[in-house]
Design a protein around this ligand. Structure first.
Ligand code: SAM
Length: 327
């Protein structure tokens, strides 16, 4: 199917460095607070970002937690000032880890948003299958997206992001609607637990950046929380994923990145997006299941340990009849 038929936009834009309302793509090479100061009040429809987690990645100096929160608070306050009254902020975070003890960043950042009068609409669990294997705690396989709105009158287009029902052929079996299909023909609400692969070594979007988020994650937010032509900001742009998702759907994108090599990388990826050559994982592609795919490595070379629970690692759908192994 042609990109245009899928509702995708392959327009060519100049990538400029300074924000101006008449532009469409802005990659600011520098500190996000300097960029934000150039953006007028109430001009952004969506701010979506994955900020540094203060865990000592190559692009961050590990700060005292209070200093980190102070830095985040300044970026959040400026983002709120620049946000339109019908706009949304989505802050995607994981854990800060201190000598093996975790601090969930959403819990400690939440008061900053609440004190600015923002209203939380969802705390979305982003679930993924890959990451570090922990030996002294359960391995982390989720992060969160805190979605806030500035007011109660906010843009939310649920129909743009509906997903297929589990049982689309299901009908009401009694009452006045008996015999009619019970589900919405456009699909169901995707819910607040999103299973989307993270960008690790085998992911088609992987670059040299240590922690990209997948473009499909941002696409869902762009489609549901903005209209065509709206501005989408990512203050911590990294490899440009947010701008890519925005322009792909006819929105405008602006972001800041402080590390020059990532500025270059984001510009390259945005250019590839405009040319239609950027490879990304499509939205709503089912999660790869090695068992149903017949991957030979899923056959265990060692005898099954009867003590080991089969339930939690079982990938089959629990709504189907249990197999002998499930019982
Ligand atoms: C978690 S990464 C974001 C990755 C991004 N979501 C992506 O998909 O590529 C955070 C990024 O923020 C950048 N950064 C850190 N402090 C910054 C600042 N004050 N202003 C702008 N960028 C900053 C880092 O260099 C890093 O690339």
């Amino acid at each position: 199917m042609e990109p245009q038929e899928q509702g995708l936009f392959r327009q060519q834009h100049d990538i400029v460095e300074r924000y101006h309302p008449s532009e469409s793509v802005v990659v600011y090479p520098g500190d996000c607070l300097d960029l934000l100061r150039e953006i007028p009040d109430e001009s952004l429809q969506l701010v979506v970002t994955s900020p540094p987690y203060n865990i000592g990645k190559e692009y961050e100096d590990r700060l005292d937690l209070d200093d980190y929160l102070g830095q985040q608070a300044r970026v959040i306050a400026e983002s709120v000032r620049a946000l339109s009254p019908r706009g949304s902020i989505c802050w995607q975070v994981g854990n800060y880890v201190d000598r093996g003890a975790i601090v969930p960043l959403d819990a400690i950042l939440y008061p900053i948003f609440a004190n600015l009068g923002l209203r939380m609409r969802n705390r979305i669990i982003w679930h993924f299958g890959h990451g570090l294997h922990c030996s002294r705690r359960f391995s982390g396989r989720h992060e969160t997206i805190m979605w806030f709105t500035k007011t109660d009158d906010y843009v939310f287009d649920l129909d743009a992001v509906r997903v297929p029902q589990k049982y689309p052929g299901k009908k009401h079996f009694k009452g006045p609607k008996a015999g009619q299909y019970s589900g919405n023909p456009l699909g169901k609400n995707p819910g607040d637990v999103w299973a989307i692969p993270n960008v690790k070594s085998n992911h088609v979007e992987k670059t040299e950046h240590p922690c990209q988020f997948p473009v499909e994650l941002v696409e869902r937010l762009v489609l549901s929380l903005t209209n065509k032509g709206d501005w989408v900001l990512d203050p911590f742009l990294g490899t440009g994923s947010t701008i890519i998702a925005a322009i792909r759907h006819g929105r405008r994108g602006v972001g800041a990145e402080i590390v020059p090599k990532y500025v270059d990388l984001s510009r390259q990826r945005i250019e590839q997006e405009m040319l239609g050559t950027l490879r990304t994982r499509p939205m709503n592609r089912p999660i790869y299941d090695p068992v149903t795919a017949g991957n030979s490595l899923t056959a265990s070379p060692w005898p099954r340990n009867p003590e080991q629970s089969a339930l939690f690692e079982h990938t089959k759908d629990y709504d189907t009849e249990p197999t002998d192994e499930d019982r």
